[in-house]
Design a protein. Structure first.
Length: 436
């Protein structure tokens, strides 16, 4: 919606209206004359100096005003611009990894990052959860942290959960696919999740801290879970690529206020390249920062160390942070670009990796090249009716002196045809100087 100057709703930058994609909502933009005909009661909002009206019909009840639902998409630091079109998006993503991860670290170290505010809120709720368990208000076996997502995001979440469980023995940390949660809790008839340690009465999720890992922030099942689990707990957080995502929008409606941030953001935005490279690395880096913050919080007091079963000491945290910092230097050497995005000319690791990649490419292309050579050999010898061994025997006149020799020659030609693919592969490897 582009608003022009004139009235309260007609001023400011371009804005976006987010429809209720979970509960269902219809938006009618009307440039006609007179009010629209409605089948049910709905709100009609004039904009653009009254030259157009916006009519909204929702399945669910919403108390938010129309003006509060408009999100500025210009001059808004929380809305990232679209990524530019690139000829090599995959290569660009890989080269951007050191810069993106260094930016996450620097943003975290300033202490003024919204991520730090979210981490403070996350760790504060975890402290309260442990204190409630110590006082007996919450069952000991109740889930403390539930981590969910889909595919690659879920795999990263599982690693994060494993690290938390290893470092804090008494924490009840669980991971499960968002699809499994929807299948069991999001249907009128629950679908038992066979082969998984997850059932309706096995995990106590009431009041649990939920961490949704979704880089896009709009994948169907994590988005649906962010709404579904609100009936169990209001302590829901998300790790995503930017602040302005669909899941972030759902969570901002819970209990907005000072120090109530629920969104962890890698701030790298959307990356359309299919291979998961920078998105995985950035999410892993952000989860590392969250782990360090949680570990520092739970080891700061003796009561919290006992309640969480912490086996982490200050020396362990110092070592982890050292590895965290050195990780950027290692990535610069691997990728061949520094944390400022400048190419490194003498990156030995990157050069060695490219050599290994070229060698692997030769292995992958070996079969197609062999097929092409076999096809050329068969076409040439059959069309010309000149199998090589038989042709040599005839040219030397051996078939006239010894007629039976021609059958031996044909046998050798037949063997060449039988083993031609392997012969071509051996010849290719000799030419490319690869191991036979």
């Amino acid at each position: 919606v582009k608003l022009s100057a004139g009235s309260v709703l007609d001023s400011g930058p371009a804005r976006r209206l987010d429809l209720d994609d979970l509960g269902g909502e219809i938006c009618l933009l009307d440039w006609g004359f007179g009010p629209p005909t409605l089948s049910r009661q709905g709100g009609i909002q004039p904009i653009m100096r009254g030259s157009m009206t916006v009519t909204l019909i929702q399945e669910t009840l919403s108390t938010r005003k129309f003006s509060e639902r408009l999100v500025p998409i210009e001059e808004n630091p929380l809305v990232l611009p679209l990524t530019p079109t690139l000829k090599d998006p995959v290569g660009s993503d890989i080269r951007s990894i050191p810069k993106a991860l260094a930016a996450i670290q620097e943003d975290w170290e300033t202490g003024e990052s919204p991520n730090r505010l979210t981490a403070w809120n996350f760790s504060g709720r975890l402290k309260k959860r442990l204190q409630q368990k110590e006082s007996g208000e919450v069952p000991v076996k109740a889930v403390d942290i539930l981590i969910t997502g889909c595919e690659v995001s879920l795999w990263l979440g599982e690693q994060f959960a494993a690290d938390l469980s290893l470092a804090f023995k008494k924490l009840e940390v669980k991971t499960v696919s968002s699809n499994k949660i929807l299948g069991l809790l999001g249907q009128e008839f629950a679908m038992p999740q066979l082969g998984h340690q997850f059932s309706e009465d096995l995990w106590d999720l009431h009041g649990a801290i939920v961490l949704i890992v979704s880089h896009s922030g709009g994948t169907f099942s994590p988005l649906a879970v962010s709404n579904l689990l609100q009936s169990f707990t209001k302590q829901i957080f998300v790790v995503t690529s930017e602040w302005d995502t669909q899941i972030g929008k759902q969570l901002r409606h819970l209990d907005a206020g000072f120090c109530r941030s629920r969104v962890f953001s890698t701030e790298i935005g959307m990356h359309p390249a299919e291979p998961c490279s920078i998105s995985v690395a950035a999410t892993h880096q952000l989860l590392t920062q969250i782990f360090e913050h949680v570990a520092a919080t739970l080891t700061s007091e003796g009561s919290l160390r006992r309640a969480s079963g912490s086996v982490v000491g200050l020396g362990d945290l110092a070592e982890l942070e050292k590895c965290n910092q050195l990780n950027i230097e290692a990535l610069e050497e691997i990728v061949g670009t520094d944390r400022n995005g400048v190419a490194i000319s003498a990156a030995e690791t990157e050069a060695e990796l490219r050599k290994k990649g070229a060698l692997w490419a030769q292995h992958v292309l070996e079969s197609p090249w062999s097929w092409i050579l076999c096809a050329l050999y068969i076409l040439g010898t059959v069309i010309s009716q000149s199998p090589p061994v038989t042709s040599i025997v005839k040219r030397l006149g051996l078939d006239e002196k010894h007629p039976s020799v021609i059958y031996v020659a044909l046998l050798f030609d037949a063997l060449i045809y039988l083993f031609l693919p392997q012969i071509c592969i051996l010849w290719i490897r000799l030419v490319q100087r690869r191991a036979l």
